[in-house]
Design a protein around this ligand. Structure first.
Ligand code: EPU
Length: 432
């Protein structure tokens, strides 16, 4: 088990390079297997979820080369070549580690007409059903059989056929799977009530650059005209808006100042109202070499209590809900957070309580009464973003905080310990 020992209480000040978005890197790397030609994908973050995905892809015959000398920004470029890819993703040890393995269903079905995938795993934040993924494949003409351990699907007649798919609920992953399945399908597919997270636009841009024909015909509708083949391309992944928002909240909770490079103001726009309301200030800057970035700090009027619910983009994201909870827990006054996306994503509240937070949980709602500061203690990160929330709490207090199961944090934050140390935080890593 990885353990972080943090003595916080100092304003954290410094610079950080924001990596490529984990949540677009993974679908885009997977989408690249649709093409027989090589794709070069730049700005891939060095995070555990991507490493595990690359292991799965190597296992099924995808050829991967990692390029680049990344002394400043550890993000990498990856060349993907997928001439002969098997349709069977049976290594359940690997698929159980990442939820995204389910995204192989659509591309393998589209490419080979058949897919058999061991059930996916991922962070323990809810039931995380896959019914919408299956429904989308069936609408495109696949016959799907689900067993306890596997999902097996065949395209009737060997090739998927375009259709209209109306999602009854918004799902990022099911939208991505349906897009990837339909690009090589025969005819036109209309996808209605889709998720519109920026990472989905990133996937669509990548696919269109590779030769797909996808257009946005309404805010939540895509029209995909199937093509015979894709030709691969060179593509630069968007910056990780969740990593960037986490560093902005770290600056605010420690009353420091963090300058973020390799990202621009636009990735914060959907958050500006909430950030302004809770007291996080975001400003763009241009460095001496002419490259723009974003600087974050606590607003001059200080932190303020707030009431918020998580919802699909462009509303407040579930992936920074835990971090916001840390901030509100030491903000004078009464706040509340309702988690609408995942039914089990308030586990960090219990850990924050161990550090002295005053949080009452009722179903999906956390009612928070701000305390002056966190005390120290020993806490466990239950998932990636919960771990980030505990780091924020630990950095804000002078008392010693020990964060156990910190390996979860490496799933989505590259070089986070080094970054904290560079900002002036006293953090030690050990294993037990
Ligand atoms: N859902 C269903 N049936 C389905 C699919 C989803 O009921 O077939 C439900 C889920 O159980 C959940 C809700 O729909 O309650 C939303 O799930 P969604 O499919 O949108 O999430 P996801 O694709 O599994 C991605 C991100 C998550 C992020 C969510 C929501 C990736 C790799 N993961 O997950 O990121 O929280 O969208 O924005 O893109 C993270 O980075 O920490 C993370 C968990």
């Amino acid at each position: 088990m990885k353990v972080l020992e943090i003595h916080g209480g100092k304003p954290l000040i410094g610079d950080v390079c924001i990596g490529g978005a984990k949540n677009s890197s993974m679908p885009i790397i997977i989408a690249s297997i649709l093409s027989k030609k090589e794709s070069i994908i730049h700005n891939i973050p060095h995070v555990l979820d991507v490493t595990n995905l690359l292991k799965i892809l190597t296992d099924i015959g995808v050829s991967l080369t990692i390029d680049g000398n990344h002394t400043e920004n550890p993000s990498k470029a990856i060349r993907v070549s997928s001439v002969n890819v098997t349709s069977e993703v049976l290594n359940s040890k690997l698929t159980s580690q990442i939820r995204t393995s389910i995204l192989l269903l659509g591309p393998l079905l589209a490419k080979n007409g058949y897919a058999k995938i061991a059930r996916p795993g991922g962070c323990d934040i809810g039931e995380r059903k896959i019914d919408l993924h299956i429904m989308a494949m069936e609408r495109l003409g696949a016959k799907v059989i689900e067993t306890e351990h596997y999902i097996e699907a065949s395209a009737v007649g060997g090739r998927l056929v375009g259709n209209t798919i109306t999602f009854p609920a918004i799902s990022v992953g099911a939208t991505e799977n349906a897009i990837m399945a339909s690009v090589l399908a025969h005819g036109t597919t209309i996808l209605e009530n889709i998720a519109i997270e920026p990472e989905i636009d990133d996937l669509v841009n990548f696919l269109n650059k590779s030769g797909a024909n996808i257009s946005k015909t309404h805010e939540r509708t895509l029209t995909v005209t199937g093509v015979e083949e894709l030709h691969g391309c060179s593509y630069y992944i968007m910056p990780d808006r969740i990593e960037a928002a986490t560093y902005a909240m770290l600056a605010a909770i420690t009353n420091g100042e963090i300058k973020m490079h390799h990202c621009d103001f636009s990735i914060f726009e959907y958050l500006l109202d909430v950030f302004e309301s809770v007291g996080i200030e975001i400003e763009s800057f241009v460095s001496p070499d002419g490259i723009s970035g974003v600087v974050a700090r606590r607003s001059s009027f200080g932190l303020k209590p707030f009431h918020i619910e998580t919802n699909p983009y462009p509303l407040f994201p579930t992936d920074i809900q835990p971090q916001l909870m840390s901030l509100l827990a030491i903000t004078n006054g009464k706040s509340s957070i309702v988690e609408n996306i995942f039914e089990n994503r308030l586990q960090h509240a219990v850990e924050l309580q161990k550090l002295g937070a005053n949080i009452h949980i009722d179903g999906r709602k956390a009612s928070i009464t701000g305390v002056n500061t966190f005390g120290g203690g020993v806490v466990k990160s239950s998932d990636l973003r919960a771990g980030a929330a505990l780091i924020l709490a630990a950095c804000s207090t002078k008392e010693k905080t020990t964060v156990e199961q910190a390996e979860f944090i490496d799933r989505g934050y590259q070089t986070i310990t080094k970054n904290l140390q560079r900002f002036g935080c006293d953090v030690k890593v050990f294993y037990k």
